[in-house]
Design a protein around this ligand. Structure first.
Ligand code: HEC
Ligand code: HEC
Length: 218
């Protein structure tokens, strides 16, 4: 009997993983999306604003195309469930997994591009020189993200990219893609290519990632 129950849970886990890979929006019913929107308006809109467009210095946009393209459901679930320690993002584990999943499905429903989350997560880890990374970071990034990546607390408009609450939830590929492409309709511009704020090379971007990772190891 107990073994049978375990089997059911194990199977449920497998199904959950399969759906997580496919992306919650494709599998969500209209009822789930409606629930997700209601829960978002009740719990999140006060900071992330209506339609999750974000507000500089208060909370980031959750519906801009670049974030939705590279963020996995796992990333969203973890941020919502655990929050981000030492920032203004509180944990919402008390909502329960079903409700958190509904919110993620609602956020995902804003996506207009196919997800690249799996490809981005499987990119190789960054290798580079943290001392050079620190120079770039202090020169370009610290005005918005704070001298040690403390985020809004330091008075800027960028999130706390030097803290474990962010770094423990993302792959190097996620950080790399964000630096390269930026985020539309926010103050996070692209840092690679002719239209970028600066045209950083792949190596320089990896130096910055290694520098950020070292902030948490210390
Ligand atoms: C002009 C201000 C500004 C500068 C300069 C800037 N950023 Fe950002 N960055 C932002 C904002 C704002 C966001 C969050 C977007 C939002 O509010 O929706 C962000 C988001 C990010 C994110 C994603 C963080 C998350 O919480 O998901 C990363 C990674 C990042 N920036 C890295 C960098 C790096 C590295 C540099 C320097 C090369 C840099 N940024 C320079 C404003 C800036
Ligand atoms: C009291 C304000 C506040 C509330 C309420 C809030 N958030 Fe946040 N949220 C933040 C802040 C601030 C950050 C950025 C933290 C940082 O600097 O790392 C954030 C970050 C996030 C991120 C990471 C986004 C990124 O760009 O990496 C997600 C996802 C998120 N919040 C989802 C939610 C959801 C869903 C809810 C409602 C269940 C919610 N938040 C409620 C303030 C809030």
């Amino acid at each position: 009997m107990i073994a049978g129950k375990c089997m059911v849970w194990a199977l449920a886990g497998v199904v959950w993983l399969a759906f997580a890979g496919a992306g919650l929006a494709q599998t969500a019913t209209p009822l789930t999306l409606k629930l997700g929107k209601e829960l978002f308006n009740e719990n999140c809109a006060v900071c992330h604003q209506a339609d999750a467009i974000g507000k500089p210095g208060v909370a980031p946009s959750l519906t801009n195309p670049e974030l939705l393209a590279i963020a996995s459901d796992k990333f969203f679930m973890a941020n919502i469930r655990d929050g981000r320690v030492d920032t203004g993002m509180p944990p919402f584990a008390h909502l329960g997994r079903k409700n958190v999943r509904a919110i993620v499905a609602y956020l995902r429903s804003h996506a207009r591009e196919p997800s690249r989350a799996a490809q981005v997560a499987s990119q190789p880890d960054a290798h580079g020189d943290p001392r050079l990374g620190k120079q770039w970071y202090d020169f370009i990034c610290s005005t918005c993200h704070g001298v040690n990546g403390d985020g809004y607390e330091a008075g800027g408009t960028g999130t706390a990219i030097g803290l474990a609450g962010f770094l423990d939830k993302v792959s190097d590929g996620f950080i790399r893609e964000t630096i390269k492409k930026g985020r539309t309709n926010t103050r996070m511009l692209a840092f690679q290519g002719p239209a970028g704020l600066a045209d950083l090379s792949d190596r320089e971007i990896d130096d910055i990632i290694v520098y950020l990772r070292n902030l948490v190891k210390k």
